[in-house]
Design a protein around this ligand. Structure first.
Ligand code: ATP
Ligand code: MG
Ligand code: MG
Length: 547
């Protein structure tokens, strides 16, 4: 049937709705503003927003900004831009830091219930107290402080009486718990650091576990979807909800997106930027959304990709060719065709009048006839690709060769009459004749040729720069490497060339997509100037890596 089978999260939601557990759903996308979003985040965005759209619910954009040291407003802005670019609208823009007061009161409530205590142990001592997965931990000597003493000390922590690391607030759960995260987890630590939103109002900051679930509860998120590494956190997530008697949000975990030849960690991507292995977060080789946007990927292609990979319960490695396939598939539908010669070989049409030019119409997109035509100037001197001529062609070579004919796309059939060589014996130009009756659209020549090649008129050709990208890394499974990941960089990931474009490309705009016939899909780079156009290749026409 047409209907797609449900993924496991949709099954849970449909059951919850059917049983009346919820009448509507609320999800959230919770980025930490400590870097730019990447394709992995796109998966999470498409999932969270997609579910709310499908079930008539809402999705909040919540910045998980509880760590003042790594977070910046620049990242907040880029994240908002990227989510919008992907095509999603959030119900509310929220910040975990807006809940600092509320979270503080939650902590006080736990202390009052005898479920949290202030610990003077150092972080090393706390780590040692934790024990091992097979050995129970040991209680801190501060574990049995009275409720009143804990309330006073916690209030003093907040008031700035202590230095970083002098004290922490810990949950009082069970130091022998089978789940290590339940062994008296740290809830608050002291950090005398400036926060991008709350400034210097706070010197104690909640840990991720103490902030995340409670933020979900405050927003009445029904389905809190995260990646598999949070499975062990779920027990603690539920413990806080139970002990604080707050809205029972529920956490569900899916497999994070891993992709071949792709580094998917903000921290490591930041290192690539800082160490100048790439030109910035939006370098077109980066897997960031700003990078792939600049490269010419479309939000439609990325959403299609997220849809195709589905929602897995087990970690896996997705072939990057699938993403490239989706990009190609979408660009094929929307990109206007243009002719650009990469390795020029001069062709002189000896029977074409000197000084004459003709404007020949050429269709913009055979997949989208409504895109109409543009005109290509034709003249006596043309550029064709060097690889479209062979002096001694093999059988079934249907392009140009001495005495052989080929069709110039949207123009005429030409025949190679003479090969002119330079002093070194290299082919310098071809002297050809054209068949005047063979004009595309009104061909009455009766000649049938098999090969069609692209070309540009030499006089009006526009020299432009193209940037041809290859994979940034040479290793298939970047998650499995143990040495320094920068050892796995592809040193040939960028090739820059000057090529000859048809003049209609002068008016290209950033954000427009083109297919350069036979060369791939391209878009104008924002670094372009009127005097120097730069085009990024999003993807080749065929999978060059296919075996
Ligand atoms: P990174 O590991 O790259 O730093 P993160 O998980 O720390 O990513 P967050 O800002 O916390 O980054 O992520 C926001 C949301 O995006 C989280 O719900 C997270 O689980 C999800 N997410 C991050 N990376 C991926 C991925 N590769 N696949 C799917 N979801 C992801
Ligand atoms: Mg995170
Ligand atoms: Mg992370």
């Amino acid at each position: 049937s047409e209907e797609k089978s449900l993924n496991f999260i949709e099954e849970i939601i449909e059951k919850d709705l059917k049983e009346g557990k919820h009448t509507t759903i609320a999800t959230r996308f919770p980025p930490e503003p400590n870097g730019y979003l990447h394709i992995g985040h796109a998966k999470s965005i498409a999932l969270n927003f997609g579910l709310a759209l499908k079930y008539g619910g809402k999705t909040n954009l919540r910045f998980d900004d509880t760590n003042p040291v790594t977070e910046e407003t620049e990242y907040v802005e880029s994240i908002k831009g990227d989510v919008k670019w992907l095509g999603f609208n959030w119900a509310e823009e929220l910040y975990a830091s807006d809940y600092f007061d509320q979270l503080y009161h939650f902590a006080v409530k736990l202390i009052q219930k005898g479920l949290a205590y202030v610990d003077d142990s150092t972080s090393e001592e706390i780590a040692a107290q934790k024990g091992t997965p097979t050995q129970p931990g040991t209680n801190s000597k501060f574990r049995n402080r009275s409720i009143d003493e804990n309330l006073q000390l916690f209030s003093d922590m907040k008031a700035g009486k202590y230095k970083d690391g002098e004290k922490v607030l810990r949950g009082k759960i069970d130091m022998a718990h089978l789940n290590m995260l339940m062994r008296d987890p740290v809830l608050y630590r002291i950090k005398h650091a400036h926060h991008h939103r709350t400034g210097d109002a706070w010197c104690i900051y909640p840990m991720y576990d103490f902030a995340h679930g409670q933020s979900d509860a405050i927003e009445q998120i029904t389905h809190s979807i995260c990646t598999l590494e949070f499975v062990p956190h779920r027990e603690l997530y539920n413990w806080f909800i139970e002990k604080l008697e707050i809205y029972p949000s529920r956490q569900y975990e899916f497999a994070r997106l891993n992709m071949t030849y792709t580094m998917m960690s903000k921290r490591k991507l930041l290192q690539l930027v800082n160490d100048k292995h790439v030109s910035g977060w939006d370098d077109p080789r980066m897997p960031t959304l700003s990078g792939v946007r600049r490269r010419g990927y479309t939000p439609e292609a990325i959403r299609d990709f997220c849809e195709r990979i589905g929602v897995a319960k087990r970690d896996n490695l997705i072939d990057i060719s699938l993403l490239e396939f989706c990009v190609r598939d979408h660009l094929n539908k929307i990109a206007d065709r243009r002719m650009v010669v990469f390795d020029p070989l001069k062709v002189i049409i000896t029977n074409y009048e000197e000084g004459k030019t003709e404007e020949l119409p050429s269709e913009n997109n055979p997949e989208a006839p409504e895109r109409g035509v543009r005109s290509m100037p034709f003249g006596r001197e043309l550029w064709i690709e060097q690889e479209d001529f062979m002096e001694v062609p093999p059988k079934k070579y249907f392009r140009l060769a001495p005495g052989q004919m080929v069709r110039l796309k949207s123009a005429y059939i030409i025949k190679c009459e003479e090969v002119v060589k330079d002093a070194t014996g290299k082919v310098a130009e071809l002297r050809c004749t054209y068949v005047p009756e063979s004009k595309s659209g009104s061909d009455v020549s009766g000649i049938h040729v098999k090969g069609v090649i692209h070309w540009v008129n030499a006089k009006t050709a526009l020299p432009v720069e193209v940037r041809l990208y290859d994979r940034l890394f040479t290793t298939e499974d970047m998650g499995a490497i143990e040495d320094d990941f920068t050892n796995h960089l592809n040193t040939n990931s960028l090739e820059v060339k000057t090529v000859f474009a048809e003049p209609s490309l002068t008016t290209a705009q950033v954000g427009e997509h083109f297919q350069f016939l036979r060369m791939g899909y391209f878009c104008l780079d924002p670094d372009s100037a009127a005097t120097k156009l730069i085009f990024n290749r999003a993807v080749t026409l065929k999978d060059m890596w296919a075996k």
